[in-house]
Write a protein that binds this ligand. Sequence first.
Ligand SMILES: N[C@@H](CCC(=O)N[C@@H](CS)C(=O)NCC(=O)O)C(=O)O
Length: 208
Amino acid sequence: MTGFTITYFAVRGRCGAMRIMLSDQGQEWKEVVVTFDEWMKGDLKKTCVFGQLPKFEDNGLILYQSNAILRHLGRKLGANGETEREASLVDMVAEGVEEIRTKYLKMIYQEYETGKDAHIKDLPNHFCKFEAILVKNQSGFLVGNSISYADYSLFEVLLNHQVLSPTCLDSFPSLKKFVEMMSARPKIKTFLQSDAYKKLPINGNGKQ
Ligand SMILES: N[C@@H](CCC(=O)N[C@@H](CS)C(=O)NCC(=O)O)C(=O)O
């Protein structure tokens, strides 16, 4: 077994994509769950490089920043494009995914009541870019012919958006197919049906 440990709150949040990725890649990992009360004591926060979680440990290497963790796993597990050129493209599309995630999280945590409708209305402006990437690439993945950390990241963002707005992918057949394809990967299917996944809320404030 590898020595992966995720330290995080009892939510999917910023660990959603990495857990899906680890599952699909057949990896095992340990979870250290931090309660709100524990976090508020401040001792753990002080030890975190950026004062936030998740914290990820890989055999003595300690990482913060969820996207750096995804990239680390991409490189380590061979889900980072098949060439240096593809790796750069994977980083590019992953940054595009991060723009949607950041916007989503801002809406969820800061303006759910006032900003939800506008967020949903604006989704096509973002989704059309990923639809075009998938149409152009043809393999079903965002870059090249193999799965990358960017695919897991996009998949997780789309799953969350389907909860927010169940019809949000209706005008995007390739994105819809992408979600179906990712959901049908046997290890992802098992993980999404597991209690470990289902018991966790998507976000820390109960909004989704
Ligand atoms: N850019 C960071 C953001 C991490 C982040 O926002 N962490 C939140 C939980 S999702 C946190 O630790 N909140 C508690 C705090 O800031 O005190 C990442 O991607 O890992």
